[in-house]
Design a protein around this ligand. Sequence first.
Ligand SMILES: CC(C)(COP(=O)(O)OP(=O)(O)OC[C@H]1O[C@@H](n2cnc3c(N)ncnc32)[C@H](O)[C@@H]1OP(=O)(O)O)[C@@H](O)C(=O)NCCC(=O)NCCS
Length: 179
Amino acid sequence: MGVIVRERRPSDVTSLVDVLREVHVRDRYPIVGTHVEPGWLTEPDGPAWVAEVDGEVVGQAALATGADAVSLAALGGASVEAATLSRFFVAPRARGTGSGAALLDAVEGYAAARGLGLALEVVAHNAAARRLYERRGWTPLGSYEARWFGADGPAYEAYRFVRPPVTSAPDQGCGTIGG
Ligand SMILES: CC(C)(COP(=O)(O)OP(=O)(O)OC[C@H]1O[C@@H](n2cnc3c(N)ncnc32)[C@H](O)[C@@H]1OP(=O)(O)O)[C@@H](O)C(=O)NCCC(=O)NCCS
């Protein structure tokens, strides 16, 4: 059972929302159920990829332009071009067979081909994701208290990871992806 990673098409969004609903119930990702909708899924302004197994869309990874100030400083400062990994998930039924890793291959290949640094934030309770980033050599920047829903909203323990720009890697597997 092979995993195919390709650019997201508009027609994938309905299936992705169904997957996201399952992920929210199992992993509290996204944290709030109101984010299980097309707008949240497609909000990042960069490219997005989906993983397909047996013709079925089972996950997504997307990039948003730029990075938060802490990550950007760790990547080398304002002169570094960066993007933030966003809206990354795999259906519970498809886990543990490399779909997540294949999506990250596409993200990292895209960034390497363009000399982009990468950043991400992950909530403490998404432990599988944290393990995946560590295993792939992303640099942990430690934890912090995130208040994504305003100063009066709930606080979440979150972790930042970055991946410095790679300047010499070839654009393997991502050569036809524009942006
Ligand atoms: C993080 C996430 C996307 C990983 O997806 P995945 O498809 O299971 O990822 P992979 O299969 O590449 O790797 C996951 C595990 O399977 C193992 N694995 C990968 N390929 C494998 C294979 N061919 N055979 C057996 N095991 C394999 C990995 O070693 C890893 O093990 P670990 O859990 O002990 O670390 C998924 O867990 C998820 O959607 N989590 C909820 C949402 C989330 O946290 N998103 C990140 C927000 S920042």
